[in-house]
Design a protein around this ligand. Structure first.
Ligand code: ADP
Length: 650
């Protein structure tokens, strides 16, 4: 292939612009990203070589070499990993393969600070080289291809890049950064070692740099300087972080390792590092991130846990290792028992994998439980003996973290109710909701139960599209009047998830928008009697209402749940809520055609007016349509509604 110039995919050009303009504050991460790519390339070679030992050619020791040339102002990161063919260089360095890229680009605001945050979550990888370089040359040859099938790729990081075939004896990739003037500090061994130590100590591969030594000036009076010796030395620890004993790993090292595997620029909320022995042996290092990634809702996104077998990297979309509702967890699992050539199919079936998965789910849940335990809202209580519990520094550090976690990942966690039956009860304890006594999602089922009124027999909840709609729903009126707390559920997943949870710790969950209200013991005898009498008197009007609304309402009945509103809609006990039906319709899916029940407040002046009114028919329809509007729905025929209201207004 002779030299040709190709254009970057539009998204790459956009990303490059951003990289060069927004990431100045954290320049040095480019080295972490490029070394991480080099290390991935070596992992891939090791994996492919399991079935084809010839790929090692005559260089079986995988390594990364970092070198610089002060005169040419270049910094080179070279690996002897899998390398790239010409086509791969075009594909991988000219396009972004990540799914959800378009969505991500759509989120960019143009505000450099905010965008820099976002880009941290996206992970810029190779393109981060352009933070410090105004030109990058990549020379590569894929393992297994012939020497004259190498490739050279050059770009100035604007709209296009050049590629041509070259002859390259060594397999693997050299990334040559032509540094900008303001990045010349990286032409210094000391600086490079410092950055490598910070970001890449945990890489299991040796990172080599050429040794330098001090040399006096040639003649009297001439200054001395550092000169290269031709001897290479390893400058990182070169042992995989998770294989080291906990006590030898600092907090900062754990955090840096997290950043390297997740491409997140923020520290994780918490992590757990364990060696599990028993039926199957493995090491797990699992992190809970602080911020949701841009593609959290992308269903076919890769899971965040990398699978290793005896320190050999196997795959990084190991879905079999954690269920989808824990897809936010990042980390490493290193098994001692799985075969090295484990395939995806085998992963699904393996008993060892099942044990690892169960163990990992338990570990994540207990990390979350630990955070939840420390997220106290109240000050530590003074004991009866006048002794106040002292909160340790470690405990204090965990305070507030669960709320932070929940704000980012709570909705994902709820999916677990439907996905992971075995852990449903543990999950239910971890859920938090807003309620009529808290606008923030901070009420757990257990808190709710502890506050239940004398005689209250159910945990009441309402689902709605927004917090405002939930809070102001007419269905809550009687609960407010009686001071009964109701959980307000506004996540899209709530309705679905709650299908799988019928009770909490023996107390049934009851939607206030389903079925007739039965406050049971919370209602006194006088109230019950008054309601029955009102219903009796109202019977003739009710019959007329049913007739007038027979196309819209399954039934019309008198209710005690309303205080200020004339009417509301509810669904039959086993029916799908109107809100869920609406969501399904919006999503273009079929919702069962069920009609709601109209409940009317016989005490309301508007309802009282119905009896004998010449406008009976119009009033009946207005009543129904308003009940629909009050819960965020739209009348089937909005124009007819407007016409009716206007006729009455006139
Ligand atoms: P990511 O690593 O997140 O996939 P990058 O932009 O860093 O994204 O790299 C894009 C792709 O380019 C990689 O997935 C890999 O296929 C290829 N690549 C980058 N660096 C190397 C390297 N040193 N050796 C082989 N392939 C590489």
């Amino acid at each position: 292939m002779s030299k040709q110039t190709l254009s970057f995919q539009a998204e790459v050009a956009q990303l490059l612009h951003l990289v060069t303009h927004s990431l100045y504050s954290n320049q040095e991460i480019f080295l972490r990203e490029l070394i991480s790519n080099a290390s991935d390339a070596c992992d891939k070679l090791r994996f492919e070589a399991l079935n084809n030992n010839g790929l090692y050619e005559d260089a079986p020791n995988l390594e990364v070499r970092v070198s610089f040339d002060q005169a040419a102002k270049t910094l080179t990161i070279a690996d002897n990993g899998i390398g790239m063919s010409a086509q791969e260089a075009i594909d991988h360095l000219g396009t972004i393969a990540k799914s959800g890229t378009k969505d991500f680009m759509g989120k960019l605001t143009g505000d450099q600070k905010q965008d820099a945050q976002l880009i941290g979550q996206f992970g810029v990888g190779f393109y981060s080289g352009f933070i410090v370089a105004d030109k990058i040359t990549v020379e590569s040859r894929r393992a297994g291809l012939k020497a004259d099938e190498g490739v050279r790729w050059i770009s100035g990081g604007a709209g296009d890049f050049e590629v041509e075939t070259i002859t390259r004896a060594a397999r693997g990739t050299s990334v040559i950064l032509h540094l900008r003037d303001d990045a010349s500090e990286y032409l210094n061994a000391w600086k490079l070692k410092q950055v490598i130590g910070k970001y890449s100590d945990h890489i299991s591969l040796p990172i080599l740099m050429e040794k330098e030594e001090w040399k006096e000036g040639e003649k009297e009076g001439e200054p001395g300087g550092m000169v290269k010796t031709g001897e290479w030395e390893t400058v990182n620890k070169a042992s995989a972080l998770w294989t080291r004993p906990k006590k030898d790993i600092t907090e900062e090292q754990y955090q840096e390792f997290y950043k390297a595997i997740s491409h997140d620029h923020e520290n994780p909320l918490t992590w757990a590092h364990n060696r599990v022995e028993g039926n199957t042996e493995y090491t797990q290092l699992l992190y809970i991130p602080a911020k949701a990634p841009f593609d959290l809702w992308n269903r076919d996104k890769k899971a965040g846990v990398k699978l290793y077998v005896k320190r050999v990297f196997i795959m990084d979309d190991a879905e079999a290792l954690l269920p989808s509702y824990l897809r936010f967890v990042k980390g490493v699992i290193d098994s001692s028992d799985l075969p090295l050539n484990v395939s995806r199919e085998l992963l699904q079936e393996s008993r060892d994998v099942r044990l690892i998965r169960d163990g990992s789910v338990k570990r994540v849940l207990s990390m979350l439980e630990d955070l939840a335990k420390h997220d106290r809202h109240d000050a530590p209580a003074e004991g009866a003996d006048g002794v106040t519990d002292l909160v340790s520094e470690e405990d204090k550090a965990k305070e507030g973290k669960y709320n932070a976690f929940y704000a980012e990942f709570g909705a994902v966690l709820k999916e677990g109710l439907g996905e992971d039956f075995a852990n449903r009860e543990r999950l239910a304890k971890l859920l938090r909701f807003a309620s009529t006594s808290s606008d923030t999602p901070s009420v757990g089922f257990a808190d709710y139960k502890a506050r239940m009124k004398e005689g209250q027999e159910a945990i009441y909840y309402i689902t709605a599209d927004t917090l405002a709609a939930a809070k102001n729903s007419p269905q809550l009126e009687v609960f407010k009047k009686k001071g009964i707390e109701v959980l307000l559920m506004t996540d899209r997943v709530d309705e679905w998830a709650l299908n799988y949870l019928h009770d909490f710790d023996g107390t049934p969950l009851q939607s206030v928008a389903k079925g007739a209200v039965d406050l049971g013991k919370l209602q006194d005898e006088a109230e019950k009697k008054a309601a029955e009498e009102a219903a009796e008197q109202f019977k003739p009007v009710l019959a007329k209402l049913k007739e007038a609304l027979k196309d819209k309402a399954e039934d019309v009945r008198v209710t005690t749940r309303l205080v200020d509103s004339p009417a509301c809609l509810v669904v039959q006990d086993d029916g799908m809520s109107t809100q869920l039906a609406r969501m399904l319709k919006q999503a273009g899916q079929k919702a069962p055609e069920t009609k709601p029940v109209l409940e009317v407040n016989a005490e309301h002046p508007l309802v009282k007016k119905l009896d004998g009114s010449v406008h009976f028919h119009d009033l009946a329809h207005i009543l129904f349509d308003q009940a629909l509007l009050a819960e965020g729905g739209l009348p089937d025929d909005p124009a007819a509604y407007v016409k009716r209201v206007n006729a009455l207004l006139v």
